[in-house]
Design a protein around this ligand. Structure first.
Ligand code: AHR
Length: 515
């Protein structure tokens, strides 16, 4: 009997050891050099695609769904809480088929078109320039307009900018006034096409670069306000695209974009399902998400060589998970559920972006409502907040905060199909004397003990936190059911004279506040 107990005990000790990881984190708050994490890296993307605009952001004034001036009230309030810093519109692929004049004037008279990129759905253009820019104004976010280069003309794009930004008594600005808007909107961000290598015109980078130079000659600054011009950038690992554009366009552009999706391929069935995945696919997902780091490092190194002064920024203006659509939904509408796995991808990606803000000045997750890795899903008058929404809500404390370098001493990463899966991912910032630290434990079965201290550590400091985790990493928030993945107060914090010790459960995300 005694022997059996000892064996059992040693088994339990071994199990406990294997079920826990230990790491230490030091925050070098004295070495913070004033680098600010731009709020725009928590940006959103909204496209005329599936239910993103219609039924998502916009239901129209006559809808039975509660709305303010046509904007869906529940969605609006949820986004307001998120402090969305910037929103990209109207695409995506839709942008290079979009003719802005179709979307102004009385809504009932607007041009109706088939949305040929996204399932051929009828587009009545009832959501156009005024509806988008007024929404941004109400939300307090910067609009990022994606201009049509693929099927539009330099004149059309120049006049769109004039319509939005000019306060001159010109015919185009008067048209805006006649449509109910006196003051210009002062749009700052202008994309010159989207995915010019694909749906934006199937161009080669040399040709696109020449077009960029031509189109931007006529997209003017108004009243001395600088229009920040963004070149359509590479698809993930296409470094040649970045190199050619950097050489041919150089500092004529304010930024070049890159798109990176956590997706396993584009052939039918390759993407896998949003809620049905095994452990191996979970780690494959995390490794693909984390593989954005070497990818952006390579783009940045090309930019550093060709633009050592750092005139041109890098924007990750589309990113996120891309799964097969939910069964029974229109394949062209890209409607997918979002689990705790997606939340892990979001937190790990944001921790990576926060490290590279020397070049990365904006990122826009795809997309804000009902499309791909959304913040919000709607069905009729119902709405759910996805786990990814909660990550953005937890991370808003880092907006425009000072980056704090961190040293992490943790077990070596494990390797999955696309590369390294870190044993812990950490990022930290400081604003108004308060530090915030976001920690991610990607392990599915091991909790993590993190011993954390900082330069001016004081045992008396107030440390609190919020946690996002789930009973099961497959959990998601569904319509008409109690939400399974929500943030809670984090109770795994202990302090001693030298450090704070936190216990991160498996597959969890924590943001600490240190005062
Ligand atoms: O976000 C969905 C689509 O993905 C966008 O329209 C396009 O730019 C990208 O290929």
């Amino acid at each position: 009997m005694k022997k059996l107990n000892l064996t059992l005990l040693s088994c339990l000790i071994a199990l406990a050891a294997s079920a826990q990881i230990k790491s230490t984190v030091h925050l070098h708050e004295n070495a913070a050099d004033g680098t600010i994490i731009p709020k725009e890296i928590y940006g959103q993307f909204s496209e005329h695609l599936g239910g993103c605009i219609y039924g998502g952001l916009w239901v129209g004034k006559d809808s039975e769904i509660p709305n303010i001036d046509g904007y869906r009230l529940d969605v609006f309030n949820a986004l307001k809480k998120l402090q969305v810093p910037v929103m990209r519109w109207p695409g995506g692929c839709f942008a290079d088929d979009y003719h802005w004049m179709d979307g102004i004037g009385p809504q009932e008279k607007r041009t109706k078109i088939a949305n040929n990129n996204w399932g051929g759905t009828m587009e009545d253009n009832s959501f156009g320039t005024h509806e988008f820019l007024n929404l941004c104004e109400k939300l307090g976010c910067e609009p990022y307009i994606s201009g049509n280069v693929g099927s539009g003309t330099p004149e059309e794009l120049a006049k769109w900018v004039e319509y939005m930004n000019s306060d001159a008594p010109s015919t185009v600005a008067d048209m805006r006034r006649a449509n109910g808007r006196q003051e210009p909107w002062h749009v700052k961000y202008l994309g010159i096409g989207n995915e010019a290598w694909g749906c934006g015109g199937n161009m080669i980078p040399e040709y696109y670069s020449a077009l960029f130079r031509r189109y931007t000659t006529y997209t003017r600054d108004y009243k001395g306000e600088h229009l920040y011009k963004i070149a359509s950038g590479a698809s993930d690992y296409d470094y040649n695209w970045t190199e050619v554009c950097m050489k041919a366009i150089g500092a004529r552009m304010d930024a070049i974009a890159v798109h990176y999706y956590t997706a396993f391929g584009w052939s039918p069935g390759a993407k896998g399902h949003a809620t049905d995945f095994n452990d191996e696919i979970y780690y494959k997902t995390i490794s693909k998400a984390c593989n954005i780091e070497p990818c952006i490092q390579k783009h940045i190194s090309i930019m550093d060589q060709l633009d050592p002064q750092g005139h041109v920024d890098l924007l990750v203006d589309e990113w996120g998970t891309w799964w097969e659509v939910e069964p029974g939904t229109n394949p062209g509408h890209l409607f997918q559920q979002s689990t705790m796995r997606d939340a892990m991808v979001a937190a790990l990606s944001l921790n990576i972006f926060q490290k590279y803000t020397r070049r990365i000045k904006m990122a826009n997750i795809a997309q804000v409502v009902n499309v791909l890795q959304s913040m919000i899903l709607t069905k009729g008058d119902q709405m759910v907040l996805t786990p990814t929404y909660h990550v953005f809500n937890m991370y808003k404390v880092h907006q425009d905060a000072e980056f704090i370098p961190v040293d992490v001493d943790a077990p070596a990463p494990v390797w999955a199909e696309y590369g390294a899966v870190p044993s812990v991912s950490v990022s930290a910032s400081r604003k108004d004397g308060v530090m915030h630290v976001s920690l991610v434990n990607p392990s599915l079965d091991k909790s993590q003990t993190v011993t954390l201290d900082w330069d001016a550590y004081k045992a008396g400091a107030k440390v609190s936190g919020v946690i996002l985790n789930a009973k099961d990493v497959h959990d998601f928030n569904d319509f008409g059911k109690e939400a399974k993945v929500v943030t809670k107060e984090f109770t795994g914090i202990k302090k001693n004279s030298k450090a704070v010790v936190v216990e991160l459960p498996a597959a969890s995300i924590v943001t600490l506040e240190i005062k």
